[in-house]
Design a protein around this ligand. Structure first.
Ligand SMILES: Cc1cc2nc3c(=O)[nH]c(=O)nc-3n(C[C@H](O)[C@H](O)[C@H](O)COP(=O)(O)OP(=O)(O)OC[C@H]3O[C@@H](n4cnc5c(N)ncnc54)[C@H](O)[C@@H]3O)c2cc1C
Length: 406
């Protein structure tokens, strides 16, 4: 491969991966005075058109408010004002309402294209951020005071030199692997089938988490009286669900939920994604940090993945800007460890909660069924407990990034 004749480009921070998390991090550095390179391998049109939708927590929405993009995002998202937890067809459901946490709503559901478009629009106004896309990092070389990245751009290798490299390159994170950072975790026996449904009955701004013995299913409200179903099932069953034609899929959906959602129609394509629990043993090394799925990935139950990543982005941006003001070396382990200490335990707590819930609810051992039904009854009865649980799952209990306090 030819090395581009142009000279090596110098930055303070190179972000590898321009998904929602990497782009949020770049945006959070907009007034920092750092020279930032954001490098994304996928062509822009593909990156924007990913058919994903995320549950966006209140804290994530406040981070977007702090970036001044929530006014662009909010008209295109749906709010959920109720969350209902049900244990298969057991009649006692737990219902969370805004009064449990003293807010007007409990969260939002946003499509990928809405978030990434607003973030990319903001980036265009950030004179300190250069976005390279499509551009793929193929090699990293750590030197004494910086890192040199070989970036495949327009068929040539462009070298980028940076004091700090931040990997936001997804769950498989090639950069994490090259850095030799070990992870803990496992693949689940389940996989997830995702579909968007157009409803002919109102969704009533309610998000459902239904625990079935084969795995939990989330149903999230989307604008235009649509909803997103995130259907977890053992792998073979999930593959069989994906292989059904649209009509048979709707029949399977109605066999579970009856006429509660009317007779929905499928919009777009269904797809399947594997589920894993993965946690990096380290989030940082000298000159190197991990954020988002590169650092952790979890069961989709509770829609936590993207929200943990958005909080990582806001936290790391704050740590680096504070270090700059104090005249510290932003690439030093001493500075980067502050970010790791802030985020690692909080993320591990969420990973553990989603794992325990999945294991407890996806089985039929009688004492466990009785215990979980008792727990649901307690949760239903004790409002303070509902408040604590919902605040943890919305990220409202941990340390709040300054970006979310503006
Ligand atoms: C198939 C699939 C479907 C999903 N659907 C949902 C869903 O519907 N709802 C939900 O809440 N969660 C979903 N998830 C999980 C969710 O997508 C992740 O939690 C979230 O995308 C993590 O964001 P991220 O920015 O950290 O990583 P990613 O979104 O994975 O972004 C990583 C980016 O890094 C880029 N990259 C990788 N290597 C390089 C390199 N060497 N050089 C340059 N760029 C590079 C990639 O092109 C990519 O754009 C899904 C996951 C998968 C795999």
């Amino acid at each position: 491969m030819q090395i581009a004749e142009s000279k090596i480009l110098d930055y303070d921070i190179a972000i590898v991966g321009g998904g929602v998390v990497g782009t949020t991090f770049a945006c959070a550095l907009k007034d920092s005075g750092f020279r930032v390179a954001l490098i994304e391998a996928e062509v822009s049109s593909l990156a924007v058109s990913r058919a994903q939708a995320y549950s966006i927590s209140l804290l994530s929405s406040r981070i977007f408010e702090g970036l001044n993009i929530w006014q662009q995002i909010s008209p295109q998202v749906e709010t959920y004002k109720n969350v209902r937890l049900s244990d298969s067809d057991y009649p006692t459901a737990v219902q969370f309402a805004p009064c449990d946490i003293g807010t007007e709503t409990l969260g939002y559901v946003a499509e990928h294209r809405v978030l990434i478009t607003a973030l990319q629009d903001l980036l265009q106004t950030c004179s300190n951020v250069d976005r390279f896309c499509p551009a793929k990092v193929i090699k990293t070389e750590h030197q004494s005071s910086d890192v040199v990245l070989d970036v495949l751009l327009n068929g040539e290798v462009q070298q980028i030199r940076s004091r700090l490299v931040v990997a936001a390159d997804g769950a498989r994170s090639p950069l994490r692997q090259q850095a030799g950072i070990k992870t803990l975790g496992w693949q689940y026996w389940q996989a997830c089938v995702v579909a968007t449904l157009k409803l002919d009955a109102p969704h009533n701004n309610t998000a459902y988490e239904w625990f079935w013995k084969t795995g939990p299913s989330g149903i999230l409200p989307l604008p235009g009286n649509r909803c997103r179903i995130v259907w977890t099932a053992p792998r073979a069953e999930a593959e069989a669900l994906l292989a059904l034609d649209d009509r048979a899929f709707i029949e399977a959906f109605q066999a579970r939920y009856g006429s509660k959602f009317g007779t929905p129609e499928i919009e777009g394509q269904r797809y399947l994604f594997p589920i894993q629990l993965m946690h990096s043993r380290k989030y940082v090394l000298p000159q190197f940090a991990l954020i988002g799925d590169a650092a952790h990935s979890c069961h989709p139950l509770g829609g936590q993945g993207i929200n943990m990543g958005i909080r990582d982005a806001a936290a790391l941006a704050q740590v680096l800007q504070t270090a700059k003001k104090r005249g510290e070396n932003i690439a030093s382990l001493r500075v980067l460890k502050r970010y790791e200490r802030w985020r690692q335990w909080e993320n591990l707590l969420i990973l553990s909660i989603t794992d325990i819930l999945n294991r407890t609810f996806s089985n039929q051992i009688v004492p466990i069924v009785q215990l979980r039904r008792l727990s649901l009854w307690i949760l239903r009865t004790l409002q303070p407990l509902r408040t604590i649980v919902f605040r943890i799952m919305s990220g409202l209990t941990g340390r709040t990034p300054q970006l979310a306090q503006r």
